[in-house]
Design a protein around this ligand. Structure first.
Ligand code: BGC
Ligand code: NOJ
Length: 833
C-alpha cells in the first residue's frame, strides 16, 4: 500500500500549515513504544504511569511524582504537593555531587543546567538520563508485574578522562498514608512519624504501632555511606529539595525521624576511574503483615516479607528479568488489536498510546493524575462503565470483575452511587446519587463485555445492591432495573428526567446554588419532576436497544417487545420535544424552558445530544441525524476540535449551574471536551461519512497535534479531558491529561467506527468507514480466543459500504463473522465498494 494512498491524505492532517508551529519537546519512538522527551523544560510536567495491578507510581519526565498502594487517598506512600511552586518538586530524585557541582539527571529539583538530557516514557517504565561535567547518570524506574514495589536502577558512568569521586543521594519523602489527613492534620501528624533503619533499608512505620498493619520500605542493594530519615536534617529546616543541606554541605547526618516529616535519603560515595561505571538498585515497597505477625520484637516490625521482596530484586539480572516480563506483558495486551494503515500517526495511536491510556484509565478511573489529587474522587460509576469500552478487548477477565464491582454499588431502584472507593469497593455519597445517566452506563458496559466475550453466564452472577449481600440479585436483574429506572423517570415531554445531572456533571438543572463554596451538584433539591435530558433520551434509545438485543439473546422475547415500545416512545419524544429544527435540543430546565435551542440567548447548541442521538440512530431515516451533524460542523467546529456548546455562557445562571461558572471556552462551558468528539466520529461514521469521521478524529488525536505542543502543553502522547475552546484566551491549551473517558471513546471510534472492526453479540462485524483516499489497511484482532487477520481492500475508493467478506477463502452472506474456534487463525478479506 502506497503511503499517499492512505488515511493521511485528508484535510485535517493539513489543518496546521507546515512549520507554522512545529515546536516539539521530544518525539515518538514507535519501535520501542516510547515517547522520548528531549528537554526537561516541557510546557508542563509530562508524566507516565508505572504499575498496573495494585502498586502505582506517577512519574514525570524530571522524576517528580508519587507512589500509592491501590488507593491514592487511603494508602499514599510518598508525599506530593499539588499546586506547588516550584512545580513538581517531590518525587524520586537522585542527586549527583561531583566536587562543588550538584545536579539531578532529570534536571529537577536543583535545575542545574545539563550537558545532555533525555527521558524515555515507555509502557509501564521510564528512563531518565542526564550528563554533566563528564558524568552520566541514568535512572530506570518501573513497577514489576505481580509485586507491590517501585524499582529504580541508578547507573553512573565516568565519561571523562580523570578519576571522579562523586556521591549519589536518592531522596523520597514519605506520606503518612491518608493523603487528605496528611495534608491537613498537622497537630497530630507532626508527632506520629516513626521509622526503623536496618542496613541498607529504611522502614516507614508511622501508625503501625496502633491500627495499621502495613509499612513502607525504601532500600538499596548495597550498604550506603550515610542516610537521613528526618526531612529537616536532610534538607535543612529552611532548606528545599532544590538545595538540600546534606548534599550541598557535609553529607548525610544519620538522622532518625521522630514525628515531623519522615523521609528516606541515602548517600553513596563512589570512586570512578575514567570509563568506569557503577550500578545501584533501589526499591520502594509496600508490605502488609497479618495482625498476629506484625512484630518481630517489641516495637520492632516484622521485616520478613520486606526482606523477601528485597531479595527478589537484589541483582541486575533480577531487575532485567522483571523488566522483560513487563515488556512481554505489554506485547500480549496490545496484541489484541493491531492495525497497519500506512499512516504512522494513526498506527501509533491505535497500536500503542490510545490502548495504553485505556489501561491507565482502567486502573485509575479519575482518581490520581497531575490534575486529580487522588483525594477527591474514587472510581466513578459512569466513568468506570465507559472506561470498560476501551479495555474490555485487552483484559476481558478484569472487565468482568470490574462490572461486578460497579454493579454492586447500584441501588435497588436502579439508580447508583456516583462514586466508590477502590480500596473498599463501597459506594460513597460525596456527590450523592441521582445522576440519571448512571444506570444506563451499566448497560453500556455490560453490553460491550458481552459483545466482546459472548460470556452470557455473567448475567446469572448474583450481585448485591448497595453493597448489601442480602440484597443480591442476578446481573440481568441489575440491568433490568437500570432500564426500568429511566423508563419510570420521564418528565412532562416524555423525555427522561435529568436528576442531579447527566453525563455533563455541570448542567445542574435541579440544584440552585447561590452561595460560593456550595456543591453545584448536591445543593438544592437535586431531583425534580420537570427538568429533562435529551442526552439521556439518546442514551435510552441506544442502550435500550442494546438491552433488548440482550433480552432476545437470552430468550426473553416478550420483555424485549415491551422494552421496544418504551424506547419507541422516547424516540418519538426526542424527535418532537427534543428537536429544535436543525439540531437536537439539550434539555428542559426546572421551569420547563429549553436548554440548547435557537431561542436561547447563549448555549443554543450542545454537542452531546447530537453525538448520542445520532449514534442511537434517531432521525437516521428521516433526515434529522444528517441535519444535526451538519449543524455541529457549522456551529461547533474549530481547528483544534469540536467545542461543547455555542455561544459560550458569559454570566452565571442559577438555573443552569456549574456549566455557567466557567469562563467562556473552558471546561464544559464551550471547551473542546475531548470525550464527546469521538461521539461525533461514531455518529458521522454511522451515516457513512468516512472523510468527516477521520477529520474529526485527527483534530484531537495526540499524535496529530504533536507539533503544537507549545500551545497544547499537556503530553503529546495522551488525550486530555479538555482543550480550551475558541472563546478562551488560551485557545488550544489542554488540561486534565490522562484520566478521561476520551481514551475509551476514541479507541471505540477509531477501532470500530473508522477501521470498522466491531464486536457484536453474534461475532465480529466488518464495516469500515474511511476517507475515499484510504485504499486499504490491515487489522489483527484477537477475539474470543481466535486471531483474525483482516485485510481491507478499498481500491474502489469509497467511504463506506462492504461488497464482500471472505473468511479463509469462503464468502460470507453478510458482514458479521461468526466466532471461530478458540485458538484458530482466520484470514479475512473485506472488499469495500
Ligand atoms: C468538572 C466536571 C467533572 C465534575 C466531577 C466538575 O467541576 O467540570 O468535568 O465531571 O466536576 O465532579
Ligand atoms: C468528567 C467526569 O469524570 C465525567 O463523569 C463527566 O461526564 C465529564 N467530566 C463531563 O462533565
Amino acid at each position: 500500500m502506497e503511503k499517499s494512498d492512505t488515511l493521511r491524505k485528508t484535510r485535517c492532517s493539513q489543518s496546521f500549515s507546515e512549520g507554522e508551529y512545529a515546536m516539539q519537546f521530544g518525539h515518538f519512538d514507535d519501535a520501542r513504544r516510547e515517547y522520548v522527551v528531549t528537554t526537561p523544560r516541557t510546557p508542563l510536567p509530562w508524566i507516565n504511569y508505572l504499575g498496573s495491578e495494585s502498586f502505582f507510581t506517577l512519574l514525570s519526565n524530571t522524576a517528580g511524582g508519587y507512589s500509592f498502594y491501590r488507593d491514592a487517598r487511603l494508602r499514599r506512600l510518598t508525599r506530593y504537593r499539588y499546586n506547588n511552586a516550584p512545580l513538581d518538586s517531590e518525587g524520586f530524585h537522585i542527586y549527583v555531587k561531583d566536587g562543588e557541582s550538584v545536579w539531578n539527571p532529570g534536571w529537577q529539583p536543583v535545575q542545574a543546567e545539563l550537558d545532555e538530557y533525555v527521558c524515555r516514557h515507555g509502557l509501564g517504565y521510564t528512563v531518565i538520563e542526564g550528563k554533566k561535567g563528564g558524568v552520566r547518570a541514568q535512572q530506570e524506574l518501573f513497577v514489576p508485574f505481580g509485586d507491590n514495589c517501585l524499582l529504580m536502577r541508578v547507573r553512573v558512568r565516568n565519561d571523562s578522562k580523570e578519576e571522579k569521586r562523586i556521591s549519589i543521594f536518592p531522596y523520597v519523602e514519605f506520606c503518612l498514608w491518608d493523603a487528605m489527613d496528611d495534608a491537613s492534620n498537622f497537630q497530630r501528624n507532626y508527632s506520629t512519624g516513626e521509622v526503623e533503619i536496618d542496613g541498607a533499608a529504611i522502614y516507614h512505620k508511622t501508625e503501625y504501632r496502633e491500627r495499621r498493619d502495613h509499612y513502607a520500605v525504601f532500600w538499596a542493594n548495597r550498604a550506603p555511606d550515610g542516610f537521613d530519615t528526618a526531612r529537616e536534617a536532610f534538607l535543612g529546616v529552611y532548606g528545599s529539595p532544590a538545595r538540600p543541606e546534606a548534599v550541598f554541605g557535609q553529607g548525610c547526618t544519620g538522622s532518625i525521624a521522630h514525628g515531623w516529616q519522615p523521609v528516606a535519603a541515602q548517600q553513596f560515595d563512589l570512586t570512578l576511574a575514567p570509563g568506569a561505571s557503577e550500578t545501584i538498585l533501589f526499591g520502594l515497597g509496600y508490605i502488609e503483615n497479618p495482625r498476629e505477625e506484625k512484630w518481630e520484637a517489641p516495637n520492632v516490625i516484622n521485616k520478613a516479607r520486606a526482606r523477601a521482596m528485597m531479595a527478589r530484586y537484589a541483582a541486575d539480572a533480577q531487575f532485567d528479568d522483571a523488566l522483560a516480563a513487563l515488556s512481554a506483558h505489554w506485547d500480549e495486551l496490545l496484541g489484541h488489536y493491531q492495525a497497519s494503515t500506512g499512516d504512522e500517526k494513526l498506527d501509533r495511536m491505535v497500536n500503542i498510546w490510545n490502548q495504553y491510556q485505556c489501561m491507565v484509565t482502567f486502573n485509575m478511573s479519575r482518581s490520581a493524575s497531575y490534575f486529580e489529587s487522588g483525594m477527591g474522587r474514587g472510581m466513578g460509576f459512569r466513568d468506570s462503565c465507559q472506561d470498560l469500552l476501551g479495555f474490555v478487548h485487552i483484559i476481558p477477565e478484569r472487565a468482568r470483575e470490574r462490572i461486578l464491582d460497579i454493579a454492586a454499588t447500584q441501588f435497588p431502584d436502579g439508580s447508583a452511587y456516583h462514586q466508590y472507593q477502590p480500596l473498599t469497593k463501597k459506594g460513597n455519597l460525596d456527590v450523592g446519587s441521582g445522576f440519571n445517566d448512571d444506570p444506563l452506563w451499566l448497560i453500556a458496559g455490560v453490553d460491550a463485555y458481552l459483545r466482546e466475550t459472548g460470556d452470557f453466564a455473567i448475567l446469572d452472577e448474583r450481585v448485591p445492591f448497595d453493597n448489601d449481600e442480602t440484597l443480591s440479585q442476578t446481573l440481568l436483574e441489575h440491568l433490568r432495573r437500570s432500564f426500568r429506572f429511566t423508563s419510570k423517570h420521564l418528565g412532562p415531554h416524555g423525555l427522561p428526567l435529568i436528576g442531579r445531572a447527566d453525563w455533563n456533571d455541570c448542567l445542574n438543572l435541579n440544584c440552585f446554588s447561590e452561595q460560593s463554596g456550595e456543591s453545584f451538584q448536591t445543593t438544592g433539591p437535586s431531583e425534580g419532576p420537570v427538568a429533562e435530558s435529551v442526552f439521556i433520551a439518546g442514551m435510552f434509545v441506544k442502550y435500550g436497544r442494546a438491552w433488548t438485543d440482550i433480552l432476545r439473546h437470552v430468550g426473553l422475547v416478550d420483555e424485549a417487545r415491551m422494552a421496544e415500545r418504551a424506547i419507541a416512545s422516547v424516540e418519538r419524544a426526542t424527535l418532537t420535544a427534543g428537536w429544535d429544527g436543525a439540531w437536537f435540543r439539550r434539555a428542559y430546565d426546572a421551569s420547563g424552558n429549553v436548554v440548547g435551542g435557537c431561542e436561547c440567548e447563549e448555549g443554543q447548541i450542545f454537542i452531546e445530544p447530537q453525538g448520542m442521538c445520532v449514534m442511537a440512530g434517531i432521525g437516521k431515516d428521516t433526515g434529522e441525524a444528517e441535519k444535526a451533524l451538519a449543524s455541529v460542523k457549522e456551529r461547533l467546529d474549530t481547528k483544534y476540535g469540536i467545542v461543547l456548546l455555542q455561544p459560550a455562557y458569559t454570566r452565571y445562571r442559577l438555573e443552569l449551574g456549574e456549566i455557567t461558572s466557567y469562563p467562556p471556552g473552558y471546561k464544559e462551558n464551550a471547551g473542546i471536551f475531548c470525550h464527546n468528539n469521538p461521539w461525533i466520529v461514531c455518529a458521522e461514521a454511522s451515516l457513512g461519512h468516512g472523510a468527516r469521521a477521520f477529520e474529526v478524529y485527527c483534530r484531537t488525536a495526540p499524535a496529530y497535534i504533536e507539533d503544537i505542543s507549545e500551545i497544547h502543553r499537556t503530553e503529546p502522547y495522551v488525550y486530555s479531558q479538555m482543550i480550551a475552546g475558541c472563546d478562551a484566551p488560551t485557545f488550544g491549551e489542554g488540561k486534565n491529561s490522562w484520566l478521561t473517558g476520551t481514551a475509551a471513546w476514541t479507541f471505540v471510534s477509531v477501532s470500530q467506527a473508522i477501521l470498522g472492526v466491531t464486536p457484536t453479540l453474534d461475532g465480529l462485524k466488518l464495516d469500515p468507514c474511511v476517507p475515499a483516499s484510504a485504499k486499504g489497511f490491515t487489522v489483527t484482532r484477537l477475539y474470543r480466543g481466535a486471531t483474525y487477520h483482516i485485510t481491507v481492500d478499498n481500491s474502489a475508493g469509497v467511504e463506506h459500504g462492504v461488497k464482500s467478506v471472505t473468511a479463509d477463502g469462503k464468502t460470507l452472506s453478510g458482514n458479521v463473522l461468526p466466532p471461530a474456534a478458540p485458538g484458530a487463525a482466520v484470514d479475512v478479506r473485506v472488499v469495500m465498494g
